[in-house]
Design a binder for this molecule. Structure first.
Ligand code: B1M
Length: 212
């Protein structure tokens, strides 16, 4: 791998915000193609972070700081990606469901998806069902992703799916769900297309659903 890209790769793996910014800038200054910087210097280390997390070598804090470093690097790279030939992997609207204010996990999922090339519409927290419906009709998203951290707000995932169904949009979009109290079984019960237990698996789930 190019030396500049391996410095960027290691900065993101270590969650080094300043190093990630410097790494992106150095790679741009060296004339490297933005798509290559994103793929080899930024998405690759996030994949490694996800792998280490799944293997129990990294934990949530390491994922968060790596995600923060990637986000810092992305803020510099984003303007250079516009108009380049990086193809979007798909559009995702993500939000924490109505009544729920937890957003750390949701932000992590959004970041990992963004790192994998998805366009993200972040609807924030306490998102009413009609906001998800609007994201499908107005923004034409391919996937809606719901996060819930409370057993009391989980039922709003089903309420939101029902709202999408009632708007006649259920076959236009894939619904994926996650959050600490959510399970695969619950996803099946409420008619979601997929469940993921963590941010890294949310990426492979979204990729698999759009490839199918
Ligand atoms: Co709250 N809280 N909280 N809280 N809080 C929990 C969830 C709780 C389990 C704590 C506890 O009692 N042990 C408990 C819920 C109990 C239950 O429902 N059974 C609880 C409670 C009770 C509450 C309040 C009701 C407390 C009160 O006011 N009495 C209140 C509710 C407010 C509301 O939402 N209406 C409340 C408030 C808060 C704070 C605001 C203080 C703060 C949130 C700050 C913020 O998010 N900006 C907070 C926090 C920090 C927590 C804990 C401690 C940590 C949550 C967190 O960020 N985890 C939490 C305890 C816990 O979870 N063990 C707790 C780290 C994060 C990276 O993990 O969000 O699980 P997580 O995301 C993971 C996966 O779940 C998955 O990927 C992520 C990364 O791997 N994932 C998805 C998440 N969303 C996904 C979406 C996908 C896919 C995967 O889409 C496809």
């Amino acid at each position: 791998m190019n030396e500049k890209l391996s410095e960027l790769y290691n900065a993101i793996l270590d969650g080094d915000v300043a190093g990630a910014k410097a790494g992106v800038q150095a790679a741009l200054d060296a004339g490297l193609e933005p798509g290559l910087i994103l793929a080899d210097g930024m998405i690759a280390p996030m994949k490694e972070v996800g792998k280490r997390f799944e293997e129990g070598e990294y934990f949530v804090p390491e994922m968060l700081i790596a995600a923060r470093a990637m986000q810092a690097g992305m803020s510099l790279l984003k303007p250079h990606l516009v108009g380049s030939d990086v193809k979007s992997a798909g559009k995702v609207a993500i939000g924490t469901v109505k009544g729920d204010l937890h957003d750390i996990g949701k932000n992590l999922v959004a970041l990992m998806l963004e790192g994998a090339g998805f366009e993200i519409k972040d609807l924030g927290v306490d998102v009413a069902p009609e906001k998800f419906v609007e994201a499908i009709t107005v923004d034409g998203v391919d996937i809606v992703a719901f996060s819930a951290l409370l057993t009391t707000t989980m039922p709003n995932m089903k309420v939101t799916i029902d709202a999408i169904q009632q708007a006649g949009l259920r076959d236009k979009v894939k619904v994926i769900i996650g959050g600490a109290p959510v399970t695969e079984e619950y996803a099946r019960q409420i008619g979601a297309d997929g469940y993921s237990s963590d941010a890294s698996r949310a990426v492979s789930l979204a990729q698999a659903l759009l490839a199918a």
